[in-house]
Design a protein around this ligand. Structure first.
Ligand SMILES: [Zn+2]
Length: 446
């Protein structure tokens, strides 16, 4: 009863203006929201068990009676993986007719995952996006230009649905060369720009040379960005760069940053989040269960992203808990003599080191019985190599005592190699950050 009243309040909030929606949603007490989430979880489980061949077979095989499940953790070691989506295909997950689909490729397989949706889901997610963009300051008078990739990718469609609700001017450029975008975007006097982080970095480099115009903010999604790269983009424009966290499988935003940019406020209305196998710090793989009515519900879907859930209050005043900044993809973690390392470790080791470019690459090799960790960096001035090396060692010692100790113990050898600025990436859109050459494992990218 309580949860259906909250559903009505939520529905009313989402149908009104973004400004009013923020106020109304803030009035729903946490306990009532939780009751609604539990009721939605039961609905997702029931519908999946009845109508999805994948879930029906899995639950039967494992002897799971979904009528007894109150929390996803009661499903034990049952999870849904990207590989399940690939191997069983979308029809095994579908519980109602779909009228659109999107695709995503991961870092472990060239075979895309196909995910089916309904237009109603696009509209619902668009409403939430509109509310969030309003919180970040987007208003009907703003002029939006987007360079999101429109090929099989969900983000431009969710953005479009959100902007339709906000009613602001919008031009979709598609993901074109940042130089061409710069020339063609300028006459529209865009106040807000959307794109992928690596594209945003190149676009901002061009703007640094050719000149900027006043922007309210930039908004990026689709991949991670280092804090140093974010700062550079923000310095160029004198405007904040906000990040969104989502996956095509989740259909848009699992969470998004507020103006404090300290983690992603979770979309707890539409998802039930868990962290699988957390370490001592609470970091593990983010897992989510869909709570909204979907063509393809997902139960305990493994995101492959290493993060933690943060329920401490945020200074922005928004009560929704957060997903911490993603440390890395779980499939990018490498176990070597240095320890369990992912790209975020080296981002952190290089943070604040002056005289180096933003790109770097790590190659892990066998060196006799030990591992050799080669850290390739780009230096502007070859004469400063000794100073740079010294700073990297100091950061490693101060920020990762365990990894430093393993070096003292000669569990691995750390080599720092210097390259010309711009030479590591070449023409590649995504730079391969971590390459494990010891077992000829497939290289992974950030
Ligand atoms: Zn916040």
């Amino acid at each position: 009863m309580l949860s259906s009243l909250v559903e009505l309040a939520e529905l009313a909030a989402l149908r009104t203006s973004p400004q009013r929606a923020v106020e109304l949603l803030g009035l729903i007490p946490a306990s009532a929201l939780e009751a609604m989430r539990r009721a939605r979880l039961r609905r997702t489980l029931r519908v999946a068990a009845e109508s999805s061949t994948f879930y029906r077979d899995q639950f039967r095989k494992r002897g799971i009676d979904v009528r007894r499940i109150e929390h996803p953790s009661q499903l034990g070691d049952f999870y849904t993986t990207g590989e399940d989506l690939r191997s069983y295909g979308p029809d095994a997950f579908r519980v109602r007719p779909a009228d659109t689909a999107f695709e995503t490729t991961g870092t472990t397989s060239p075979v895309p995952k196909r995910v089916f949706f309904t237009r109603r889901e696009i509209a619902d997610m668009g409403r939430l996006s509109a509310i969030w963009l309003h919180v970040l300051g987007l208003r009907p008078a703003d002029r939006v230009l987007s360079a999101f990739d429109c090929s099989f990718w969900v983000s431009p469609y969710v953005l479009r649905a959100g902007l339709d609700m906000l009613g602001c001017f919008h031009v979709e450029a598609g993901k074109i060369d940042p130089g061409e975008f710069y020339d063609r975007a300028k006459p529209y006097h865009a106040t807000v720009i959307f794109g992928e982080p690596s594209w945003m970095i190149r676009f901002s480099e061009i703007a640094r040379t050719k000149g900027t115009w006043p922007l309210k903010f930039l908004f990026a999604g689709g991949e991670n960005i280092s804090e140093s790269a974010r700062r550079e983009v923000e310095e160029v424009w004198g405007a904040p760069l906000y990040l969104n966290y989502g996956q095509t499988e989740s259909f848009g935003a699992l969470g998004a940053e507020c103006r404090l940019k300290n983690g992603y406020h979770r979309n707890d209305l539409y998802f039930f989040f868990e962290v699988k196998d957390p370490d001592a710090e609470g970091y593990g793989e983010a897992v989510y269960t869909t709570l909204s009515e979907r063509a393809m519900p997902l139960i305990r879907y493994r995101s492959s992203d290493l993060t933690t859930l943060d329920d401490s209050p945020c200074g922005c005043g928004i009560s929704m808990g957060r997903i911490a900044k993603i440390r890395s993809r779980c499939d990018e973690m490498v176990v070597c003599g240095m320890g369990n390392v992912g790209p975020w470790v080296f981002d952190e080791v290089l943070r604040g080191v002056s005289g180096i470019g933003d790109d770097w690459q790590v190659v892990i090799q066998h060196a006799g019985s030990r591992d050799r960790v080669e850290l390739h960096v780009e230096a502007e001035d070859p004469l400063r190599q000794a100073t740079i090396e010294h700073s990297i060692h100091a950061n490693l010692r101060d920020r990762f005592a365990d990894f430093w100790r393993n070096r003292d113990l000669q569990l691995y050898e750390l080599r720092i190699l210097f390259h010309r600025v711009g030479s590591l990436r070449g023409d590649a859109r995504k730079l391969r950050r971590l390459i494990d050459e010891r077992n000829m494992r497939q290289a992974v990218s950030v």
